[in-house]
Design a protein around this ligand. Structure first.
Ligand SMILES: [Zn+2]
Length: 323
């Protein structure tokens, strides 16, 4: 087995998933990231027809390499869907009218080597050309250009976007932004004790994001359908404001290019502080701040979000209900 697959065993699973249902799943190698002697691929899986106008759900993970649990949750969910395709005719049928897209590891070198940032020390979620409202930003945390030795580094002024970031933007413009109805979920961990769903903007508290009304309809559907759900749902800016947020940038581009559909990019922040509280020894492990370490807690995470991810797929199939 090559070193890359040892460092990122998830890549093997991604390949196997695509092979398991070749008529429904396409495996696309988007690019490769050079890091030392290794080249790490960024892979995407597309479930459903080759028609980017169809309603779709997109799952993105591993933007921050330390936050591996998000990638694991995505892959576990894809396994469930892929196996279900063997027996669930309704599910197979649904992939004639909708798509499910996953980029489980956007920052493969960071994930392999346990870095938050990419090999250039850039925080990919601060790297897009978007300036936040200066009244609301927090020193360093909101993104800065001081040095890549500090966390939350945005990259140099006027520099092009990092390869990972540009790859995601190009992929979204081609495969996601033509969609009539899209909900994207970007998986993170390491903030707070509750699982939180954040909606845009990240850049300002003063303005609503373009699909705010549709999002509120969607939230109402979710909350009435699942009154006992586990999430705290709030604007990202209730927690902090950032420069360079990728989803802000794609929303701006969506509007600028006058795309016809609805585009709702959300962030899932899996609350990890509870695991640290219950198991303080995790503080001494670099991954322990961001990921469950004990087996039963990992398994709990892998099953915890399935109903929400199923809801997103049903929601895009029935987008007339909240559009
Ligand atoms: Zn993160």
């Amino acid at each position: 087995m090559s070193k890359i697959f040892k460092l990122l065993p998830e890549l093997n699973v991604i390949e196997d998933l695509a092979k398991a249902q070749p008529e429904i799943i396409r495996h696309i190698k988007l690019t490769q990231i050079d890091c030392g002697m290794e080249r790490f691929p960024i892979d995407a899986l597309i479930y459903g027809p080759d028609d980017p106008t169809l309603p779709c759900v997109v799952l993105v993970g591993g933007v921050h390499g330390l936050e591996r649990i998000g990638t694991q949750v995505i892959i576990s969910y894809l396994k469930t869907i892929t196996h279900s395709l063997n027996w669930d005719a309704d599910l197979r049928e649904s992939f004639k009218k909708t798509r499910l897209i996953a980029i489980p590891i956007l920052n493969p070198a960071g994930t392999a080597y346990h870095w938050r940032c990419n090999p250039n020390g850039v925080d990919l979620m601060r790297n897009a050309p978007v300036e936040a409202d200066p009244d609301d930003t927090t020193w360093l945390l909101s993104g800065h250009r001081i040095s890549n030795a500090l966390p939350w580094y945005r990259g140099k002024e006027q520099a092009p976007m990092e390869i990972e970031t540009q790859t995601l933007v190009d992929f979204f413009k081609k495969e996601v932004m033509p969609s009539r109805a899209n909900i994207t979920m970007d998986f993170h961990s390491g903030f707070g004790t509750k699982d939180q769903i954040w909606y845009p903007w990240a850049k300002t508290r003063k303005e609503k994001f373009p699909f705010y009304d549709q999002f509120i309809n969607l939230q109402r559907l979710f909350e009435t359908s699942f009154p006992n759900h586990i999430y705290k749902i709030e604007p990202q800016t209730k927690n902090y404001v950032t420069h360079g947020d990728l989803w802000d940038y794609l929303l701006q581009e969506h509007r600028k290019e006058k795309r016809p559909g609805v585009f709702i990019p959300l962030t899932l922040e899996i609350g990890s502080w509870i695991w640290v509280k219950k198991n303080p020894l995790q503080l001494f492990s670099i991954l322990g701040l961001f990921n469950p370490i004990k087996e039963h807690r990992i398994r709990r995470q892998l099953r915890r979000h399935v109903f929400m991810l199923d809801f997103l797929q049903r929601a895009v199939r029935n987008y007339d209900a909240w559009h």
